[in-house]
Design a binder for this molecule. Structure first.
Ligand code: NAD
Length: 459
């Protein structure tokens, strides 16, 4: 285990490097982003092998959901000049002569703690924002995806000065050692439970936090849909990475009149995607470890399994599974599933579905499959969630102009694209005044000035 002294030393070096002002330079930031992209391009196969070893992640999924992060880098390189330009702020006539500007400035040294389900992307995407905004960063990947953690450490060490970007590998203890130190911002991805620990530690030192957490993301399915496309998109969104996706549809809220059709179509899709025996499919991932495997297996005791249900503990395999007749009080409906198990709850009227959602903590994502515009409007107005995707799922994460994050229990703050630059920047307001004119209105003696002041205020 790394000593507290060593942790302290890395942070001190990063603070010193930050003070040199080097990482504020826009050309430097662009160069570093290009270096990061180069590092990823040159290590594609190593990253893919690590993801395979950790999660049996299919190569296609690795490109689509992890190496996809190079899109973030390109986007940041393309926009960094406009993001860093001081923004004009209109000021009142009473400030004449003068003008207002808002300057984006870096925060300093950032701590990024990642989790294991998208172990590469979830540590690199926030790093892109930290670099673009001109910060130094320490990364703590998840020890649970140990192969990817060590690849991230190797790559970063090879291409970056540790006084600028460093990786500290390790378990919860390493996290806690880091949390005992002073940072300028902490970016955490993981569970609600650990999110609370992170926020508590940060509060002690008044460190701002971004918490990318989880929860149960509902998926409402109305009757006004294209059943084939709907089933295909839900099957993909639920079973990609074997359901270990923070924004996977956690449970279905299905209109009773379409339920059987939907179940039949999802069954066909599972067959088309993964064949008769998904355990032999090269395109189906595995549960990260035995602990999570047995956590998920317990959910199989709820309701009635209508599709799948096969398991293999030796291989951490759980087949794509649909469970019907669950009660809202069952553990599978009380906890985030985070695995390839999809419970179905039917409703007669949309109000019932909305009530179920609103009785629970605010979700990270909410999905609605319906072509009915009024119904879409109702769901948007009557529910709250980190984000919403209508007539698709999970794919919204790839849209860099849409900030991604939770609300309430599902998280604090959002990132991706410009939002990543924003969370790692301080927007400094500056009023520039001139010394060539000095109205005496604000100065004492005030006699005879009140009427003019009232007119300026509008009273
Ligand atoms: P976790 O919360 O247990 O671990 C995440 C990180 O926290 C790891 O790096 C780990 O080392 C560290 N950690 C663990 N215990 C700690 C402690 N006591 N003190 C300090 N640090 C500690 O991860 P998990 O529960 O396995 O992750 C799954 C959760 O993450 C799910 O809820 C999922 O929805 C959520 N998630 C959210 C997003 C998002 O972008 N919102 C993405 C992926 C996963």
């Amino acid at each position: 285990m790394i000593t507290q002294l060593a942790v302290n030393d890395i942070i001190r070096k990063q603070c010193e490097f930050f003070k040199t002002g080097k990482c504020k330079d826009i050309t430097f930031r662009i160069e570093q982003l290009k270096t990061l992209k180069k590092a990823i391009i040159e290590h594609q196969s190593v990253i893919i092998n690590a993801l395979k070893a950790d999660l049996n992640k299919p190569e296609f999924e690795a490109y689509a959901t992890e190496l996809w992060v190079v899109k973030e880098i390109d986007y940041a390189i393309k926009h960094i000049k406009s993001w860093t330009l001081p923004k004009k702020a209109p000021i009142g006539i009473e400030q004449f002569p003068g003008f207002g500007r808002i300057y984006a400035e870096p925060l300093g040294v950032i701590l990024i703690i990642g989790t294991w389900n998208y172990p590469f992307q979830l540590i690199i995407a926030p790093l892109v924002g930290a670099i673009a905004a001109g910060n130094c960063a320490i990364l703590k990947p998840s020890e649970i995806a140990s192969h990817t953690s060590s690849v991230v450490a190797d790559i970063i060490q090879k291409y970056f000065n540790p006084a600028y970007i460093a990786v500290l590998e390790g378990s919860a203890e390493t996290s806690q050692q880091l949390l005992a130190e002073k940072f300028d911002h902490i970016f955490f991805t993981g569970s609600i439970e650990i999110g609370k620990i992170v926020m508590e530690a940060a509060a002690k030192q008044l460190i701002p936090v971004t918490l990318e957490l989880g929860g149960k993301s509902p998926c409402i399915v109305d009757t006004d849909i294209n059943i084939e496309y709907t089933a295909r998109r839900i099957t993909w969104g639920k079973f990609i990475n074997a359901g270990q996706t923070c924004v996977a549809p956690d449970y279905l809220l299905v209109n009773k009149n379409i339920k059987q059709n939907l179940v039949d179509s999802i069954e066909k899709c599972i067959y088309n995607f993964y064949g008769e025996q998904p355990n032999t499919s090269p395109d189906y991932a595995r549960i990260i470890n035995q602990k999570h495997f047995y956590r998920l297996v317990k959910f199989l005791q709820n309701g009635v399994i209508i599709i799948g249900g096969d398991i293999n503990p030796d291989d951490c395999y759980i087949a794509p599974t649909l469970i019907d007749h669950v009660s809202l009080a069952d553990p599978v409906m009380q906890n985030e599933i985070f695995g390839p198990i999809l419970p179905i709850v039917e409703y007669n009227d949309l109000s019932e579905a909305i009530a179920i959602i609103n009785e629970r903590p605010k979700p990270l994502a909410l999905y609605l499959f319906s072509q009915n515009k009024n119904l879409q409007k109702r769901v948007l107005q009557e529910t709250t969630s980190g984000g919403v995707c209508i007539n698709d799922c999970v794919i919204q994460l790839g849209v860099l102009s849409l900030p991604f994050g939770g609300v309430g229990d599902s998280g604090i703050g959002s990132y991706h694209g410009k939002a990543s630059f924003d969370i790692f920047s301080h927007y400094k307001s500056v009023l520039h005044k001139s010394l060539w004119l000095d109205s005496k209105l604000r100065y004492a003696p005030y006699e005879g000035k009140l009427q003019l002041l009232k007119r300026i205020i509008g009273l």
